[in-house]
Write a protein that binds this ligand. Structure first.
Ligand code: SF4
Ligand code: SF4
Length: 444
């Protein structure tokens, strides 16, 4: 086993309340609000209409050009509405509302038993596409596209992300403890698709039981476990590649440019379900945690359940919340309310007690340099934030590698002036992308 150490920050991990608890199944809610936008890019296009009867696992929206993924019904019932629902990232967004019939009946042609060894590579990729698999670690990039790199990119290594470095989150940890065989099978499927024989599973050393179990399960396979120092943001793709392989993804480039593909452990379990059982991605494990949550848990949740459904199942709240976040507190998205629907990328929902929310107002940069020291991407966050304030967004990009920022939040975490550096960086990225779009269409 490799022993690897490298940069970052050390927030309190807050994982104790859920790490030791077995995954529980959230009962299917009477209404599921299934968002059609499950990944970056265009939403899926509905293929059902109000009043249609649907089965569990039936495709209800398609991706006609194959650049996205289809969406499936998470239970059996009736299409009650098509319209907008609260999306945890995009706000009001198109969705299909399924009214459950309480039977939870699978569509007929699903649940077939088959071995990936008897399926050829183009067929494997097609199965992954048709079953709506996306990256479940947060980025939600369509998996069939990630597994189809251009011919000139020579991939020789798969990196499996089991780091789960965000505070509170333990859903990937529970997946490794409860579904190790399915994860290993998913790795072997992906290695077959990429035609490679090298793979490392990166796990932080605050998860000794997962390291022990995965190491045991990897015996006799070409897969190795890489034990990583517990240090946020160890799970960021570029950082993980660097600490495990020593390869540095150049500015503006992707993991495939250094021969790597990165996949999250939960995605690999979904790949196995799709390939060997023809089960589409209709549920996932979500950590429900935070100081005010009565009984924090990891829940297996149908896509389209609401955050409210999950908090209620966990006994509601014992105090006043200052913030609800989808994902972890470092990189997660603050929510307007608890009506948001679970999407395929939702690894956790965290309630931050009112007393714990940092309401300090931001002050001028005192040039202490702490953010520069904390930035794992080797950027100068202080300068990026100042350039953004001054509206010099393009300079931030051309001279200070703005686009390399992975928005991990380490700079904000250490900043004594409480400067909302990530907010400034996102603003600059958005302005530059608007300028690029405008220059393409010729508008000013
Ligand atoms: S500048 Fe970006 S990558 Fe660097 S610490 Fe801040 S958020 Fe993370
Ligand atoms: S940590 Fe904050 S105050 Fe210190 S240099 Fe960075 S932005 Fe300025």
């Amino acid at each position: 086993m490799l022993k690897i150490k490298k940069g970052g920050v050390h927030p309190q991990d807050e994982k104790k309340s859920t790490a030791g608890k077995k995954i529980e199944f959230l009962p299917v809610p009477s209404r599921l609000f299934i968002p059609l936008r499950q990944h970056i890019g265009e939403p899926a296009v509905p293929v059902v209409k109000v009043g249609d009867i649907v089965k569990k696992g039936q495709m209800i929206a398609e991706s006609p050009d194959g650049r996205g993924t289809p969406v499936h019904s998470s239970t059996s019932g009736k299409v009650a509405e098509t319209g907008n629902c609260m999306h945890p990232i995009y706000g009001l967004s198109p969705c299909i509302v399924i009214e459950s019939d309480g039977l939870d009946e699978w569509q007929e042609n699903l649940l077939t038993e088959r071995s990936y060894e008897n399926i050829n590579v183009p067929e494997l990729i097609d199965i992954i596409f048709k079953n709506g698999i996306v990256g479940m670690g947060g980025a939600a990039f369509p998996t069939h596209i990630k597994l189809s790199p251009p011919k000139d990119k020579k991939i020789d290594m798969l990196i499996v992300n089991g780091a789960e470095c965000e505070p509170y989150l333990t859903s990937d940890y529970r997946m490794m403890i409860e579904f190790p065989d399915e994860i290993i099978k998913g790795i072997l499927i992906v290695m077959k698709i990429l035609n490679i024989n090298k793979c490392f599973i990166g796990i932080e050393d605050n998860k000794p039981e997962a390291i022990r179990l995965m190491t045991e399960k990897c015996k006799g396979t070409p897969i190795q476990v890489a034990e990583l120092e517990t240090r946020y943001p160890q799970g960021a793709e570029k950082m993980m590649i660097k600490v495990i392989t020593g390869r540095e993804v150049p500015s503006g480039k992707l993991p495939m440019d250094v021969g790597c593909v990165v996949q999250n452990v939960s995605t690999l379990k979904a790949v196995t379900d799709a390939v060997e059982k023809n089960i589409p991605l209709i549920e996932r494990v979500v950590t429900v945690a935070g100081k005010t949550v009565q009984s924090p848990k990891n829940l297996m949740v149908r896509i389209g359940s609401t955050f409210k459904d999950m908090f209620e199942y966990c006994g509601g709240f014992s105090g006043k919340n200052g913030k609800i976040i989808m994902g972890g507190p470092m990189m997660g998205m603050a929510q307007v309310n608890v009506d948001s629907a679970v999407i395929k990328a939702a690894s956790g929902i965290v309630a931050i007690a009112e007393d714990d929310v940092d309401y300090q107002t931001e002050r001028a940069c005192i040039r202490c340099g702490r953010c520069v020291e904390a930035c794992t991407m080797g950027l100068r966050p202080n300068i990026l934030s100042i350039l953004s304030e001054k509206g010099q967004h393009q300079t931030a990009q051309t001279d200070y590698d703005l686009m390399d920022c992975v928005e991990c939040g380490c700079c904000y975490y250490v900043c004594p002036a409480r400067r909302t550096i990530v907010h400034y960086i996102r603003q600059s990225k958005a302005k530059n992308s608007m300028l690029r779009a405008a220059s393409k269409t010729g508008s000013k």
